[in-house]
Design a protein around this ligand. Structure first.
Ligand code: FAD
Length: 530
């Protein structure tokens, strides 16, 4: 076996996971080359200046901080390389129907102006979040040291988290909420805290997963990053290159050749053929198995698994450049500073409607939106922009169809669908912030179609694979294979579709790097172990 120093590694894709893997491997001595199809490294965690008439910088897709593993930030020295997370004050306000809201100041208890919220419900609400946080704390260390779904269940039971244990793999977040409180308004708020549909099985884990966020040592707290989320991948990139990794941006890989049962050469879009000892795909498995590899060589079990589980639900990001800040009526009424996260929450009934409509390719009747004015928090993102009256409202649209209903089944998103989506978003915001539409100068949209056309993501999903109960723990791997392995020797995966899943954690890249570093380290002899 070659030594680490003799081993040439190609990493396809410079998202947070590809770069993290590259930095760890290069630091350990491997010869690493990263190929990134886009001109800019960062994948979905990237800063861009997308407006024609303004230099304001946006976090193009991922914009909220907290999921990045503290171990990764520390071990790669990211804080010394410009990563500066911060907490917002207040944290969040969730806007409900009929001018109701649930408001979370940074310090102090939530202010609930929600009908039908009894004192009992308020206590249940606190208990609910306490238990979610405890469940998140239990799983947190295991994102870097995998356990099985059963072991996690046992750990929940041992911690006395029986309500969560009863629902995590067979119930929904609404089923869990029923055990703590009854207010439909509070259920609507809870529904915004899981990436899936709160009425479907799998949504409990989604909520726990997001509960593993941690900012500046505050477990459970989401924050933001000075200068935008792209500062994370910029810092990792810097560390990787300092350790000797070579990063080739604007150079995609168009095919991977298999020799026997092992990876052979890879071919870049300029037609060059390259030979590496190890090849790591950090993009999604659909790109790997359906675009880069010869389909005929991919075992039928893997092809069938991917076809059966193709994500049907996606999400979108929209950035609106505004002539001036527009106030939300409820926020103005309560003297809110418009900082932190602003959420528009549909009713539980609307969430249920969406859970039926979206997988069939329809837009939901009511949109669930998470928004922020980054320009109110962070002056540095103005860059060369002189007009400080201008603001950007950044909007996440939860659950959208990955593909849309067409005449003959599902069809891809088109440019005009982006416009339909934007109109629906604007009409929703206008109801809560009258005058908003009039102030929009420009918009930048990353729809599910944009995930593919702008970010080379064939899965059309933020997490490359779904995050429901069938894709967690030992099941977040290809069928019958260990974590990060493919059916071919020396070809690995480390993007969000692998364990522990999506978001800007760096955990997937870290875990594969550690696995390879251990595999290439000579076994400790009794003498060297001393
Ligand atoms: C709308 C939306 C909002 C989100 N918001 C947040 C958030 O606020 N906070 C958070 O933590 N997470 C968020 N996420 C999730 C998060 O962005 C992703 O899970 C994470 O960034 C994925 O990182 P990755 O490295 O696994 O993959 P990616 O970022 O997808 O990187 C894969 C890279 O591979 C490259 N690539 C693909 N094919 C090739 C090829 N053939 N040759 C060369 N390069 C190739 C791609 O160009 C890309 O750069 C959001 C996702 C979405 C869609």
């Amino acid at each position: 076996m070659k030594s680490k120093e003799e081993t040439k590694v190609a990493i396809i894709g410079a998202g947070v996971n590809g770069l993290t893997c590259a930095a760890y491997l290069a630091k350990a001595g491997f010869q690493v080359t990263v190929f990134e199809k886009n001109q800019q490294a960062g994948g979905l965690c990237v800063n861009q200046t997308p407006f024609k008439n303004s230099a304001i910088k946006v976090s193009a897709v991922a914009s909220y901080y907290g999921m990045l593993r503290e171990e990764v930030a520390e071990e790669l020295g990211l804080y010394e390389r410009g990563l500066t997370p911060y907490l917002t004050d207040p944290i969040e306000i969730v806007l409900l129907k009929d001018r109701q809201y649930v408001y979370y100041p940074r310090e102090g208890s939530a202010d609930m102006q929600a009908e039908e919220t009894t004192e009992e419900d308020k206590k249940g609400w606190v208990d609910f979040w306490t238990d979610i946080q405890r469940a998140a704390q239990i799983v947190y260390p295991h994102y870097l040291k995998p356990i099985t779904a059963k072991e996690y269940l046992e750990a929940l039971k041992q911690a006395g988290l029986d309500k969560i244990a009863e629902t995590i793999y067979t119930g929904s977040l609404f089923d869990l909420a029923d055990k703590y409180f009854q207010s439909p308004a509070l259920k609507a708020v809870a529904a915004t805290c899981t990436p899936g549909f709160a009425n479907l099985v799998g949504s409990v884990f989604g909520c726990i997963h997001h509960g593993t966020a941690s900012t500046l040592g505050n477990f459970g707290a989401w924050g933001q990053v000075k200068g935008g989320m792209g500062k994370i991948t910029e810092a990792i990139l810097q560390r990787a290159t300092e350790c000797g990794a070579r990063i080739k941006t604007g150079l995609g890989i168009k095919s991977i050749n298999i020799e026997g049962e092992s990876v052979g050469t890879i071919v870049s879009e300029d037609g060059q053929e390259h030979r590496f000892d190890l090849v790591i795909m950090s993009g999604d498995p659909y790109t790997l198995f359906e675009k880069l590899l010869d389909c005929e060589l991919v075992p039928s079990g893997i092809r069938a698994y991917l076809a059966a589980n193709r994500p049907r639900v996606s999400a979108a990001k929209l950035h609106y450049l505004l002539k001036k800040q527009v106030n939300f009526e409820t926020l103005e009424r309560i003297g809110h500073n418009h900082k932190g996260v602003l959420v528009i929450a549909p009713t539980p009934e609307a969430v249920k409607q969406a859970s039926r409509a979206v997988p069939e390719g329809n837009l939901p009747e009511e949109l669930m939106l998470t928004m922020a004015y980054p320009t109110l928090e962070d002056e540095s993102i103005y860059g060369e922009e002189k007009n400080k009256d201008r603001h950007v409202l950044t909007v996440d649209v939860h659950y959208l169809p990955a593909q849309l209903k067409g005449k003959n089944g599902l069809r891809p998103w088109q440019k005009e669908d982006d416009e339909t989506l934007s109109r629906a978003v604007l009409n929703t915001i206008e109801k809560y912030a009258p005058g908003f539409i009039e102030q929009v100068e420009e918009s930048y949209i990353v729809s599910p179609g944009g995930l593919k056309s702008l970010f080379n993501n064939e899965s059309l999903s933020c997490w490359h694979m779904p995050m429901s109960q069938n894709f967690l723990f030992e099941n977040r791997a290809l069928p019958t294979l260990p974590h990060y392995h493919t059916p071919f020797a020396n070809l690995y995966l480390c993007g969000s579709g692998t364990f522990p899943g999506g978001n800007v954690t760096g955990a997937n890249g870290h875990n594969l790097a550690k696995l390879l570093i251990n595999a290439y380290s000579p076994a400790l002899t009794p003498t060297s172990a001393k």
